[in-house]
Design a protein around this ligand. Structure first.
Ligand SMILES: Cc1cc2nc3c(=O)[nH]c(=O)nc-3n(C[C@H](O)[C@H](O)[C@H](O)COP(=O)(O)OP(=O)(O)OC[C@H]3O[C@@H](n4cnc5c(N)ncnc54)[C@H](O)[C@@H]3O)c2cc1C
Length: 378
């Protein structure tokens, strides 16, 4: 089968890698550089932490397990950082709600425990206990974070080694439809014919066609990530502090995000302007990790979430168009390795996977289409 995957982010890379492994002839068409979309602007926390309902939680668990298998397969990959997550309740947050959430995760078989201050100190000695106060603390040892561009690059390099073609710097590709069927993709290199086109263009997924029935309604939000200069702090886990969320980002840098700043930064905000907010965010993080001191924000990145309107993935055929399959999702860093497997099996065997039944894109084009959500969890 001759397949074109549009988009070389973490989702497209996982899909292309599995498809070529399964014996398909694959061409990946990317508008710009590998991994330079939302995947390069992600907090990249792998988790099923606040993912409900159960079907969505389980899909994310599948993502976490598939990440484990991938890092065993590519031991030199270097993208995986898996020391877990620590979290404590926000000042206004009801302790019972926090504890109930940890309990619910445990009931669902998730590695989640309440720990005391001494244990937090062992796990993250650079966190100031004063910043935690007497809040309940959770520890989630199976979670972690990844370098999305490294995993994306490694899988695409492997796909090319197995016979795939990778076309980058192609500008925005367009879906070519003839005779009521998708027959390929038009891009800078010309028309690339295909038996099947898989749209993995994330928040740009509606840019490849003007036909509304082929589009997934999106409710994109932007997220701001502030990066410190190298500082004398060694965070091993993802830290969900009441004040902000943060993790290491290599060479002593810490990356920080907070919902308030995500809401105030709009897509297209110039990075120069956002640097002031980023410096504020670094100062907030310094309340939790004192050795950040007076370090300034060294960089800021603004990412746009690939967010279907109801906040859940949209994976599968759409609009009754033969030869066309769409894969757009938030939490794509967690989900991509599992989605790559599921999508490949559906495409190459023709067998629908139950795990995807609740996440079909056509739900948006039916009566009782799901309502848009205002916000999402990473
Ligand atoms: C601030 C922020 C924090 C996040 N935190 C987390 C987190 O903690 N955990 C988690 O799991 N997820 C998180 N996410 C979500 C996650 O990053 C995304 O779901 C994931 O990166 C999406 O990957 P993708 O491959 O679908 O899209 P992208 O990485 O955007 O890739 C799409 C690619 O398609 C290309 N493209 C677009 N249009 C065209 C076209 N017409 N022709 C050819 N190519 C095209 C783009 O150039 C791009 O390279 C976060 C997102 C943001 C913004």
């Amino acid at each position: 089968m001759n397949i074109v995957v549009i988009g070389a982010g973490i989702v497209g890379a996982n899909v292309a890698f599995r498809l070529v492994e399964g014996g398909a002839k694959v061409t990946v068409v990317e508008a710009g550089r590998v991994g330079d979309g939302t995947s390069a602007r992600s907090f990249a926390w792998t988790n099923a932490h606040r993912k409900t309902p159960r079907a969505y939680h389980d899909l994310n668990i599948g993502g976490m397990q598939a990440h484990r298998a991938l890092r065993e397969r590519f031991p030199q990959g270097g993208w995986w950082h898996g020391a877990g997550t620590v979290e404590w309740a926000a000042p206004g947050e009801d302790r019972d709600v926090f504890n109930d959430r940890v309990e619910r995760l445990r009931d669902w078989g998730y590695a989640a425990e309440i720990i005391d201050r001494a244990r937090l100190r062992e796990i993250e000695p650079d966190i100031d206990p004063v910043a935690v106060g007497d809040a309940p603390i959770g520890f989630f040892p199976d979670e972690g974070w990844v370098d999305p561009v490294l995993i994306t690059h490694t899988l695409l390099r492997e796909a090319v080694r197995l016979g795939a073609t990778l076309l980058t710097e192609q500008g925005p590709a367009r879906l070519v439809v003839r005779g009521g069927k998708a027959v390929g993709v038009a891009c800078a290199a010309g028309e690339i014919p295909a038996d099947l086109v898989v749209n993995c263009t994330g928040c740009w997924s509606n840019s490849i066609t003007d036909e509304k029935r082929l589009q997934v309604p999106l409710a994109p939000t932007s997220g701001m990530l502030a990066y410190t200069a190298p500082v004398a702090a060694n965070l091993r886990t993802v830290v969900l502090a009441a004040q902000c969320h943060m993790r290491a980002d290599g060479a002593g840098r810490i990356v920080i995000r907070q919902d308030h700043y995500d809401r105030t930064i709009l897509p297209g905000t110039p990075v120069d302007t956002a640097l002031r907010e980023a410096s504020e965010l670094v100062a907030i993080a310094a309340q939790v990790v004192p050795s950040i001191g007076r370090a300034k924000a060294e960089a800021v990145r603004i990412g746009v979430r690939a967010l279907p309107a109801d906040g859940k993935p949209a994976i599968g055929p759409i609009g009754g168009l033969a030869g066309y399959y769409v894969a757009v999702t938030h939490s794509g860093v967690t989900l991509a390795p599992f989605l790559g497997q599921l999508i490949t099996e559906e495409i190459l065997s023709g067998k629908e996977r139950n795990e995807l039944a609740a996440f079909r894109p056509d739900r948006f084009h039916q009566e009782n289409a799901p309502a848009a959500v205002a916000w999402r969890e990473d």
